[in-house]
Design a protein around this ligand. Structure first.
Ligand code: PLP
Length: 400
């Protein structure tokens, strides 16, 4: 059976060119880049090239890139660094819809470490309120951390505008750009963003590699303490094959970003309208325009997302209900709850996230088969649209 992979916000296929680039560093070229001998030194040069490639994609200086093990480490490092560099500032601003890499850390800091956190709300389209943000800024705000794009809905936040406001107020601004890199043009030379996190496995590099951009002269405190790797900013012998892979993946991401915003976006739009038009009681979650080109989050009312996923799995279709990290629990995702998506719809939400490897045939297959899946499940479902007055929640925007 063919696999139709539409879960690229969870993780992506390693690009064959990325694999080729890293392979020699898993086999013959295993030297330590910090060694004095030439055998290690050649690996060091390749790590420097990878750093340059990441910097080129982001429009920053290679010295501003620190390699980490994942997006989560980059996020944790950014927040911890800002707090340790400014011990008198005890306030953090973030949003209610961040990935757990930020959200759980902020909740922990509030509960266990004496910080106050403002969690900015979102409206029913998943957008922030800039007035609420400006009012939340305080003299003791240590850091504002706002994701560039949401992993569940794809909604894009105005992080450049927010960073400019923070710059005026002399507050550090960090963005979790794990889902944005490679899909949204980023030029850090033209925005006052202070720190930015990214993760290799979301852009066709392997798992276990990430990066953190830290603007020059920003006060910085390392998270990992040990050796002098990464110029003392992140201890631990570099994962050289993965670093080299990330460099190549960033180079390719720059070449593919146009395709992502045209061909992939067109496929996503075809999939989306094909489903919304044929399935009764279906609705799109998240702003239709200010959105990643590859992501579509659709709720199918009155059925469980988990049941849909199982049926799709039998057809070889991989998607996600909410975020991969929240799957496994029957609670609707925190993102959809923050947007006020009615329970009967939040439960039946499916995220499709495409990549450059998806084809039109795959999209057609999903459009042809998913409506039948929904129809079958609705016949079995104990919930129904009959008599639902929407009293427990906002009135659903149904498409029928
Ligand atoms: N931030 C966002 C927005 C994500 O989507 C993810 C992964 O799903 C992460 C952070 C965590 O990245 P990693 O899996 O590399 O730790």
């Amino acid at each position: 059976m063919q696999t139709i992979y539409m879960d690229n916000n969870a993780t992506t296929k390693v690009d064959p060119d990325v694999l080729n680039e890293m392979m020699p560093y898993l086999t013959d070229l295993y030297g330590n880049p910090s060694s004095m001998h030439r055998f290690g030194g050649q690996v060091g040069s390749k790590v420097a090239e990878a750093r340059l490639r990441v910097a080129n994609l982001l429009g920053c200086d290679p010295d501003e890139i620190i390699f980490t093990a994942c997006g989560t480490e980059s996020d944790n490092t950014a927040i911890r660094s800002a707090l340790r560099a400014q011990p008198n500032k005890k306030h953090i601003i973030t949003t209610r819809v961040e990935h757990p890499a930020i959200l759980s850390l902020c909740k922990h800091l509030e509960k266990r470490e004496g910080y106050t956190v403002t969690f900015l709300s979102v409206d029913e389209s998943g957008n922030l309120n800039m007035e609420e943000f400006k009012k939340a800024l305080r003299d003791d705000t240590a850091i504002v951390s706002v994701m560039w794009a949401n992993n569940e809905t794809g909604v894009i936040f105005p992080v450049e505008e927010m960073a400019a406001i923070c710059q005026e107020r002399k507050v550090i601004f960090h963005t979790d750009a794990v889902q944005a890199v490679g899909k949204v043009p980023i030029d850090l030379s033209r925005t006052p963003i202070d720190m930015l996190s990214l993760s290799g496995h979301k852009l066709h590099a392997p798992k276990g590699i990430g990066a953190l951009f830290v603007r020059k002269r920003l006060p910085y405190r390392p998270f990992m303490i040990g050796g002098h790797q990464e110029r003392g900013r992140r201890a631990g012998t570099e994962n050289t094959p993965a670093v080299i892979a990330l460099g190549k993946a960033c180079e390719l991401a720059g070449l593919h970003i146009q395709d992502e915003n045209t061909r992939v976006k067109a496929l996503r739009d075809k999939l989306e309208s094909g489903l919304l038009e044929t399935v009764p009681h279906s609705r799109l979650n998240g702003d239709k325009e200010k959105r990643l080109p590859n992501t579509s989050n659709i709720s199918f009312g009155y059925i469980e997302g988990e049941a849909i996923l199982l049926m799709l799995d039998q057809l070889g279709i991989c998607a996600s209900s909410g975020s991969a990290c929240t799957s496994g629990s029957l609670e609707p995702s925190h993102v959809l709850r923050a947007m006020g998506v009615p329970y009967n719809f939040a439960h039946g939400s499916i995220r499709f996230s495409l990549s450059r490897y998806n084809t039109e045939q795959e999209v057609d297959f999903v459009i042809e088969n998913l409506p039948k899946v929904i129809e079958n499940l609705r016949e079995l479902s104990p919930f129904s649209a009959d008599g639902d007055d929407g009293a427990s929640c906002a009135t659903p925007r149904v498409t029928e």
